[in-house]
Design a protein around this ligand. Structure first.
Ligand code: NAD
Length: 503
């Protein structure tokens, strides 16, 4: 397999983007003055430099968010006014699409073409949140008797801490921030230390759109130094986290101790189930797309396929054939489909998963090695067969371009295999028999089931996981309500019957 090189007409940035933290409407350095540089995983050049926040910086950011919330400068304006600002943010993201997409691609290693689609797609989330903002209405009960009217108010929950990972930095933030803002909340964001650029750039756009000072604050830095103090801060009312199950569990423990609301979007080991009567070409393509999209660094990665034993060999051969032709290489190349792995540590982790699968007796039928490159972290698209359900590669999230192939005998067996990991984020079923599709879709314990398709997503449809894949849902019609607290107001009408009247 040959790597795509940097196109001749593509210039790499001469200087890194120098970002600052956003606290109370001002772009600032960390108090201790520390910064860290992000090198692009494809070219090993400096592409970003960010302050390294510690507890004292986080404290300032949370206090700013608290003060802004309590002052009512955002929480008490009308939903229509908030919606106008959110719509402006969408327009500004579109205006700066090229700058944002390039930074996203340089820091994460994902194809620039894909980054453009993602940045554009986020505007849809801002517009949907703007629409939802004006539908938040609570409930009224006129059924409680002549002397009572019950009103259920939805009020913004307060200060929301948002912690995001490196694989879809801007997209994942936009699954949270517009909806929290639509509800009237204020926020402190801590992006991944590997990909802070687009979050910091968004901070400028929020200001330009008219988000008041202190409503959105951004701290950059490491998880233990900046993320943990944020989660533990008593000024935070809710935490929404996307990332690994390990860190998510630790955050849920803090939430449990402090009785804060916690929403978690975590890992997955998502099966695509292939029945013999499926549309063969569509299923082969979706399997290749499902596992190699974003280099497999995707919570929704279709990292295992369960294939009916009658077609297993032939289907796998077709997948291998197509996977061989997938274009890997410089993310800035217009033909690139699989870019660089985000870091050396991530690449080595993926390689050790492949090694462990080999040692467990599975067969690496395609790829399995680092692709030779002067600078970048590139892996061959990999396919592992002969995988049995108890092997780690069948159960653990690899988070790389590695497909595990397992086989099944019948529908019952397929469902049992699909449900045999601790995760439950998503799954797909491929068959022309709708009875089989529905039986399987109903029985799989996962938050999203695709039938004869893979990885589609809509702002209108809730997203999240069962089991170790998370807590709560993002998007969907309750996406704004998720950032509210419920208050019951009971209005008595006319004279109240006394509890005790002295005789
Ligand atoms: P990670 O858990 O290592 O880090 C995520 C974020 O948490 C980063 O900003 C990090 O700095 C911060 N963090 C780390 N330690 C912390 C701590 N002790 N306290 C507070 N914050 C801390 O995850 P990652 O490697 O950035 O991302 C990959 C993981 O994210 C994968 O497991 C993937 O499945 C998951 N993910 C899930 C979804 C989803 O929607 N379900 C989407 C994307 C990624």
């Amino acid at each position: 397999m040959t790597l795509l090189n940097t196109p001749a007409n593509q210039t790499l940035p001469a200087e890194p983007f120098v970002g600052q933290m956003l606290i109370n409407g001002r772009f600032v350095e960390a108090m201790a003055g520390k910064r860290d540089t992000r090198f692009s995983p494809a070219h090993q050049i400096a592409v970003g430099s960010y302050p390294q926040a510690q507890a004292a910086d986080v404290d300032l950011a949370v206090k700013a968010a608290r003060t802004a919330f309590d002052a009512g400068i955002w929480s008490e304006i009308t939903a229509a006014e908030r919606a106008d600002v959110l719509l402006k943010v969408a327009d500004l993201i579109l205006r700066d699409l090229e700058t944002l997409a390039l930074q996203e691609s340089l820091e994460s290693g994902k194809p620039l073409v894909q980054a453009r689609d993602e940045v554009k797609g986020t505007t849809n989330l801002w517009r949907y949140a703007a629409a939802l903002a004006r539908t938040l209405h609570g409930e009224s009960y006129n059924t409680l008797g002549k002397d009572m009217l019950g009103v259920v108010l939805k009020q913004p929950i307060g200060v929301v801490a948002m912690i995001t990972p490196w694989n879809f930095p801007l997209w994942i933030l936009c699954q949270k921030l517009p909806f929290a803002l639509a509800a009237g909340c204020t926020a402190v964001i801590k992006p991944s230390e590997l990909t802070s650029g687009t979050t910091v750039m968004l901070g400028k756009l929020l200001q330009e759109a008219g988000v008041p000072d202190g409503v959105v604050n951004i701290v950059t830095g490491l998880g233990p130094d900046a993320g943990q103090p944020l989660v533990e801060h008593e000024g935070v009312d809710m935490i929404t986290f996307t990332g690994s199950t390990r860190v998510g569990r630790a955050i849920a423990e803090v939430g449990g101790r402090q009785l804060k609301k916690v929403a978690l979007e975590l890992g997955g080991k998502n099966p695509q189930i292939i029945f013999p009567d499926c549309d063969w070409d569509a299923a082969v393509d979706a399997v290749v797309f499902g596992v190699y999209f974003n280099a497999g660094e995707c919570c929704n990665s279709g990292s295992r396929i369960l294939v009916h034993e009658a077609i297993a060999e032939q289907f796998t051969a077709a997948v291998i054939d197509k996977a061989k032709s997938v274009a890997v290489g410089d993310p800035l190349h217009p033909d690139c489909k699989v870019g660089a792995i985000v870091s050396e540590a991530q690449m080595n982790g993926i390689l050790s998963h492949i090694d462990a699968a080999r040692k467990a007796g599975a067969e690496v039928r395609l790829g399995g090695k680092r692709l030779p490159s002067g600078q970048g972290y590139y892996l061959e698209p990999t396919i592992i067969t002969g995988v049995s359900p108890e092997m780690p590669v069948a159960k653990e999230e690899v988070f790389g371009p590695v497909l595990a192939v397992l086989t099944f005998k019948d529908v019952k067996d397929a469902i049992q295999l699909a449900n045999s990991t601790c995760y439950g984020l998503s799954a797909a079923v491929w068959s022309k028999d709708m009875d089989v599709c529905l039986e399987t879709a109903r029985a799989i314990k996962a938050g999203t089931i695709w039938v004869n398709t893979f990885l589609d997503g809509y702002a209108e449809l809730p997203f999240g996981g069962f089991g170790d894949s998370g807590l709560g849902r993002e998007l969907g019609k309750s996406a704004v309500e998720d950032f509210t607290e419920t208050k019951t107001v009971q209005l008595h009408i006319g004279p109240r019957r006394h509890w005790w009247l002295p005789k």
